[in-house]
Ligand binder design. Structure first.
Ligand code: NAP
Length: 487
């Protein structure tokens, strides 16, 4: 059934969630949330003060001991119920994400399915937290290990996947028994507020999940990060902000998970199925309007297939329809704001000035929103800024290589290490290249690897820690060793 946007926006809580109560900011201030497709203001949400942030941490700390004692099965059942409810309310979550972030509705529905799946996965993991028992090598004692919740956790999420970047932190924290303060991105807080309300409806005890929205992000977050009662910080966002937060967390020696930026190479070898590579390229580049940390940033194509690949890929890119993602038939929504669009365009214009050739697109698209044309560039110089920095938009720079060694060297020649994609029909090459790529994830003959059952995360400037998979819950658990004399 079609969801009425005004009624949906009305139904979303706009306050701070602290100790189970929705409340206004203590100074009454608010922060506007706008629609990047139209520029219209959708809602105003509370803008927390540092004191409000501290109250959220107080609530998380107060709830920690009792929450850790809730039986794992009960925590799992709660997550399972939340999974079912999110799926039931797919249309509401999808429309809300399209309105506040811009991705087309079909993609937003995909994110609802993906985001909800983290709750189902971790509902199953909640009851599979194990320790071990062994005999010390000298036989004199017994070694027992147990896993316990890390404790109160601060979660800071980005705007590009407003639901999934939340559920893949909240799911394992609930499963492990940690309490939380969540700070969604200021551009897309509504989805998180709706999710928090849904978790309340599912019976999440008060204080376990606290949500703070604010226009004064640094001022409100830093005292929480420096508070000795906080035990963990999990952050998804840009590398620059991540580095700053790691510094702040040094004082409390916090457990950290850092999911940071990417600069994914997309390698097409001479033995690749070129049509499969083009399909993969469309996903790896255009998922989420190119605003994904996993987005293919550099297309490196063997010179013998480069012409065929570029031509077929350009044809697919030029057939995409750009517009307001709430409308039918739209493939590419707006970028998140004016600054994002200017950033993408400056990378394109600099590359073109440096000798790159525009095959498709090449500039902003018309509209009241921050639209950008799907763009394909060839002959991109290896040292162009577009090949070095994260593009975060619908722009595909293509360059060619001659040998596998050259492809590998160039793929690894980046500060980032989140994900790489390779297309080849040779299994030995797929394994050899996968082993040599300095990235946390590799997609072989596929343009999307994200999966709640798999460990998502990077190396180098893309951060550390893993979300999802069996590894995901360990980020929220401490190992305690008990040495027992005898028997
Ligand atoms: P961002 O500017 O780093 O913001 C991310 C979050 O950090 C937002 O909630 C933001 O709040 C908050 N923040 C900003 N400054 C802060 C500070 N001084 N102290 C505490 N929090 C602060 O990143 P973004 O532009 O939203 O997201 C895009 C980036 O995220 C890209 O680099 C992308 O690659 C990365 N990303 C990585 C992954 C991954 O899993 N590796 C997944 C998705 C995205 P405000 O909104 O209030 O500023």
């Amino acid at each position: 059934m079609a969801v009425n946007p005004a009624a949906l926006l009305d139904s979303v809580p706009k306050g701070l969630l602290i100790a189970g109560q929705w409340r206004a900011a203590s100074d009454g201030s608010t922060l506007p949330v706008d629609n990047p497709a139209t520029g219209e203001i959708l809602a105003h949400v509370a803008s927390a003060t540092p004191a409000d942030g501290m109250a959220a941490l107080d609530a998380a700390v107060a709830a920690q001991a009792s929450w850790a004692k809730v039986p794992p099965r009960d925590r799992g059942e709660l997550l399972r119920a939340a999974y079912e409810k999110i799926v039931e309310r797919t249309e509401e979550f999808a429309l809300l994400m399209t309105l506040e972030m811009g991705k087309p509705l079909a993609e937003a529905r995909g994110e609802v399915a993906y985001g909800a799946e983290f709750f189902r996965w971790f509902s199953e993991e909640a009851v599979r937290v194990h320790g071990r028992y062994s005999v010390a090598p000298n036989g004199a004692s017994r070694l027992l290990t147990m896993k316990q919740p890390v404790g109160p956790t601060l979660m800071i999420t980005p705007w590009n996947f407003p639901l999934a970047m939340g559920t893949r932190k909240i799911g394992p924290a609930i499963a492990a028994g940690c309490t939380m303060v969540v700070k969604p991105a200021s551009q897309t807080p509504l989805t998180m507020l709706l999710l928090a309300q849904l978790l309340q409806e599912c019976g999440l005890p008060q204080g376990v999940l606290n949500v703070v929205t604010t226009a004064h992000t640094g001022e409100v977050m830093e005292p929480i990060i420096r508070d000795p009662r906080l035990r963990k910080l999990t952050f998804t966002g840009s590398t620059g902000v991540g580095q700053k937060l790691v510094e702040q967390s040094a004082q409390g020696l916090l457990r950290l998970s850092m999911e940071l930026g990417g600069n994914a190479p997309f390698l097409v070898f001479e033995d690749a199925d070129v049509d499969a590579a083009v399909n993969g390229a469309m996903l790896a580049k255009m998922r989420n309007i190119g605003e994904a940390c996993t987005a293919a940033n550099r297309f490196l194509v063997h010179e013998s297939v480069a012409a065929e690949f570029s031509e077929k890929f350009a044809a697919r890119m030029s057939a995409l329809t750009v517009g307001d993602g709430t409308q039918d038939g739209i493939d590419v929504g707006p970028l998140v704001d004016q600054k994002a669009r200017e950033g993408v365009d400056s990378l394109v214009q600099e590359a073109v000035a440096g000798g790159a050739r525009v095959v498709v697109g090449g500039g902003p698209a018309e509209g009241p929103g921050w639209f950008y044309q799907p763009t394909v560039l060839t002959d991109v110089p290896a040292d162009a800024r577009i090949a070095v920095e994260e593009i975060f938009g619908p722009v595909a720079p293509i360059s060619t290589f001659r040998t596998e060694d050259e492809a590998l060297t160039r793929a690894n020649d980046t500060a980032y290490g989140l994900i790489a994609y390779i297309f080849t029909r040779d299994l030995s090459r797929a394994l050899r290249v996968s082993e040599a790529l300095e990235f946390g994830m590799v997609g072989v003959n596929q343009g999307v690897v994200s999966n709640p059952a798999a460990p998502f995360g990077g190396v180098k400037a893309s951060g550390f820690g893993r979300e999802g998979g069996f590894e995901g819950i360990d980020e929220y658990l401490e190992v305690k060793y008990v040495g027992i004399a005898g028997p």
